[in-house]
Design a protein around this ligand. Structure first.
Ligand code: PRP
Ligand code: URA
Length: 209
């Protein structure tokens, strides 16, 4: 069974509360999402392995830690996941970015994949899939499934707000994929929106409604 890490840091929680407010503008929403993503990035990368390297400082030579493997791929689920990329790239400017496009059919709520472009050799990288919302879990389950079908094995999922239903769907389908989330809300409404949630993340980021 995968681990679910709920990131309760007060800075993350305060920013998320501001994002939830219906009055928050798209500009502020995007900025807060970027800041939260950077903060969450510390926890998502906490178990990354380091090895030793020899470096000459202006004073002397010494042995210091460096990332063991720096082929890291950030995979936003389009569209809303794009809002989480810049914060992570600030932490890891050497990371690659692969895109996967999923939309939920408005009537069935089932995910449909419409785009996928991954960096060459993605199957050898450590992958962080990002999407602010985990509702039914359909989009994340299929996105991770699509990466596994391409040979990827080292995958983690970073998400802002989850419904318990989405967490269960992910754990059932992908017990090897740890989940990092800022909040687990009450559940879903009839339209499969997270309650209380923050509304439609993509529309709020891109001001499409
Ligand atoms: C949202 C969100 C997730 C998905 C979550 O995307 O960004 O990808 O819904 O719902 P699920 O867990 O029930 O699949 P949406 O389909 O609205 O597309 P968008 O990002 O283009 O707005
Ligand atoms: N997608 C969103 O953007 N918000 C939800 O609450 C559910 C799915």
């Amino acid at each position: 069974m995968s681990e679910v890490h709920v990131l309760t840091h007060p800075l993350i929680q305060d920013k998320l509360t501001r994002m939830r407010r219906v009055q928050t503008s798209s500009k502020d929403f995007r900025q807060l999402l970027k800041e939260i993503s950077l903060l969450m990035g510390y926890e998502v990368t906490r178990d990354f392995e380091t090895t030793s390297t020899t470096v000459t400082t202006p004073i002397c030579e010494g042995t210091f830690p460096k990332l063991e493997k720096d082929f890291i791929t950030i995979v936003p689920i389009l569209r809303a996941g794009v809002g989480m990329v810049d914060g992570l790239l600030e932490l890891m400017p050497f990371a690659s970015v692969g895109h996967i496009g999923m939309y939920r059919d408005e009537e069935t709520h089932l995910p449909m994949e419409y785009y996928c472009k991954m960096p060459e050799g993605v199957e050898d990288s450590t992958i962080i899939v990002v999407d602010p919302m985990l509702a039914t879990g359909g989009s994340a389950v299929d996105a991770v499934g699509s990466l596994k079908a391409r040979g990827c094995t080292n995958i983690r999922f970073m998400n802002l707000v989850a419904a318990p239903e989405g967490i269960k769907a992910m754990q059932d389908a992908h017990p090897d994929v740890d989940i990092y989330v800022a909040a687990i809300d009450e559940g879903l409404n009839e339209q499969a929106y997270i309650v209380p949630g923050l509304g439609d993340a993509g529309d709020r980021i891109f001001r499409t409604k």
